[in-house]
Design a protein around this ligand. Structure first.
Ligand SMILES: NC(=O)c1ccc[n+]([C@@H]2O[C@H](COP(=O)([O-])OP(=O)(O)OC[C@H]3O[C@@H](n4cnc5c(N)ncnc54)[C@H](OP(=O)(O)O)[C@@H]3O)[C@@H](O)[C@H]2O)c1
Length: 244
């Protein structure tokens, strides 16, 4: 895809991977709108990168998704790229879990339902735009789950599956459907300090954006590049190693 001259709506863009992607779109000459739940985090991002456009939105809420798309397409009629990046991750021991289901369901809603809904809401608008694209941020765990984040891993497998079907269905519309498959990246995912073992976010973002710019549709980095290309036997071995 061309990284320049787009108008990009990116969910969860105030921190981590989302902010790193947003900044690279800005630097390539695109307009970027980021959204998230925390107004202070969005404002902090805009202080560092004044060209960012902001919108407070909880993508867990279906009515807020509808309003986000209505607002964004009215304010930015040239909107041609959706990046479904917002996500949460919960460590859960299923045999000892006392959380109520509504709490647990949020991971499904934010990681799977929201990207599916936002994509379908925006298809009618995107199909009228040049260079339109939907970019889904999945995970290496889409391919081999980490058992300590069981619902999260399942949501990312679902989003990878949906991305394949969406790409197939949208091929005649001219809307490109792309997938970023991060490995563990050093962000605040799951809470501060839980991903310090991950790769640096800037090196990761530089690599995946360069590969999207060169025309690749599904891009990983490091271990997630290996895992997205692995055989079933290799995935079984990775599952065994990761969940020792
Ligand atoms: N870091 C990794 O190791 C890793 C690996 C594979 C995949 N990923 C994926 O990469 C994506 C970005 O995660 P990250 O690592 O950059 O973590 P992060 O720094 O925690 O970023 C997640 C972002 O999503 C936003 N968000 C969460 N729930 C939201 C909601 N209901 N509505 C709107 N925004 C919401 C958060 O902002 P608010 O809290 O202000 O809403 C935050 O800015 C996620 O989809 C994650 O699953 C990350």
């Amino acid at each position: 895809m061309n990284l320049a001259n787009n108008t990009v709506l990116l969910t969860g863009g105030a921190s981590g991977i989302g902010l790193a992607l947003a900044v690279r779109f800005l630097q390539a000459g695109s307009k970027v709108i980021i959204c998230g739940r925390r107004a202070d985090k969005l404002a902090e991002a805009q202080q560092r990168y004044p060209a960012l456009n902001l919108r407070v939105c909880d993508v867990a809420n279906a009515a807020e998704r509808v309003e986000l798309v209505r607002w964004a397409t009215a304010e930015f009629p040239g909107l041609n790229v959706l990046v479904n990046n917002a996500g949460i991750q919960n460590r859960i021991q299923l045999a000892d879990d006392s959380a109520d289901w509504e709490t647990r369901r949020q991971e499904l809603v934010i990681n799977v339902e929201a990207p599916m809904h936002l994509s379908t809401l925006l298809i009618p608008h995107l199909r009228r735009q040049a260079g339109a694209a939907i970019i889904n941020v999945t995970s290496g765990l889409s391919f081999a789950p980490a058992a300590f984040v069981p619902i999260y891993s399942a949501t990312k497998a679902a989003l990878h599956s949906f991305t394949l079907s969406l790409r197939h269905q949208l091929a005649p519309t001219g809307i490109a459907v792309l997938e970023i498959v991060p490995p563990a990246v050093n962000t605040d995912l799951g809470g501060p300090g839980l991903h310090t073992f991950g790769v640096p976010v800037d090196a990761f973002a530089d690599s995946v954006m360069a590969r999207l710019a060169s025309g690749e549709q599904e891009v990983g980095y490091g271990t997630s590049e290996e895992v997205r290309l692995a055989s079933r036997a290799e995935l079984d071995e990775r599952f065994r190693m990761m969940n020792r």
